[in-house]
Design a protein around this ligand. Sequence first.
Ligand code: ADP
Length: 482
Amino acid sequence: MIKILFIASEADPLIKVGGLGDVAGSLPMALKKIKYKGETVDIRLALPYHPVIRQKYPNVEQITAFSIQTSSGPVSAQIHQMELNGLPIYLINGSPIPQDAPVYSLDTRQDGWKYTFFSIAALEMTRHLDWQPDIIHANDWHTAVSVVALARQKQEDPFFANTHSVFTIHNLPFMGAGTEAALDAFGIAPSRDVRLPIWARQFPLPLGLLYADHIVAVSPSYAHEIMTPEFGCGLEGLIQSRSEVVSGILNGLDTQAWDPSTDKVILNQYSKQDLTPRLANKLTLEQEVGLKPDAETPLLILISRMDQQKGVDIAIEGLRQTSDIPWKAILLGTGDPNLEQASRRLEVDFPDRVRTLIRFDANLSRRMYSGGDIILMPSRYEPCGLAQMIAMRYGCVPLARSVGGLTDTIRDAADLIRGNGFLFDDPTPEDFSKGLRRAAILFGEKAVWSSLQYQGMQSDFSWHQSAVAYLKIYQSLEERHG
Ligand code: ADP
């Protein structure tokens, strides 16, 4: 039976901060459900025993403890084990994981200590459990050090001789700056490999990219994009040099959690066979936020972190440039104060058309997906993106920049048969505005619009295909390396 240790900084439902939590919560479960050469997969999850997890699950049994050497003496690691829906989960505790700090803090040095300790302890734990993993699967900078430590230990320690690493990139720009002191203390010296830019030689994520046996980006397009100067953040040369071991695998969606035919939060449930109940959802939503209910005008929605990445400023300026045609918009999000302010200003300038809600509100987001006509996603970069998949499942048509996972999940309406949304090329208000004008015209052609909605709703965004793709990678590593 193939044995996989999946290492992540967050995993739903124990702890979720962002998209990584969705993936680490669902992918191991999806992998458990499929068979490998007729056998099930032995996949286990390792997480830090974050204070938030401790509050939810206070009395998880400790199964072992050991010390890790650092330049300032040994640090003790305690391993707790629980099970959730049949998935074994190891919660790792120790003094570098402070009990009063959030999952990700602004203190990069402290996070550097925390995640370096966690990554090394997760790897070391397997030896203490006498459980030899075939695959160590790490995610983003926080756990990259496990890949690096494995590559180094493998050469001297027969226990890891047949263990291979997979490293998934969910977000390339976050590389773990501030971790240098921790790496020194835990004995991970800077790399001298010339493929690494000098500034990157002691950052976890670039080191993970250098040492991983296989690299996965969370969509095929993002896998190509990170090899270009526009998206590669200075690591494009390194990633190109490893292109033979780079794949792109789309994240899946939890299709049970996001299902308009069973969603209890929305007013009227519906399925792709009959979308008529959506109209009442739209009108009620408009009423709820204080807009005049209006069936004929397209209702645009934006549900997003307010961040440069997401192009919220592009949407705002693009909407201003398209104010000569009818639309209404609801913007929901929090984040960068400047973008929050710009969103509020849009409401002030267009009081009959725009509502801006600066908060995180999962229930409202469901009502928006189930009543909105068009979701706006003008991202500057988008490794995979979940919001467009959720929207399509709910019959809300995406208007998105053609980038990363948006390119891979949205087929432009120019494809009259299989189109399910609208794509534009440049992250500019001008291109956004052109896309919005196209969408507004087709919104008026009911048969075409219904087809776009139907195509989106019948797309398969489940985890199954992606889990199979990951399994094939694990399998090829075993076969290639023996
Ligand atoms: P990212 O992970 O980069 O933030 P994704 O599109 O992958 O972007 O996932 C965003 C998720 O967060 C979606 O499920 C979206 O509905 C949700 N979300 C973002 N902002 C809000 C908000 N203000 N209120 C409720 N849900 C939100």
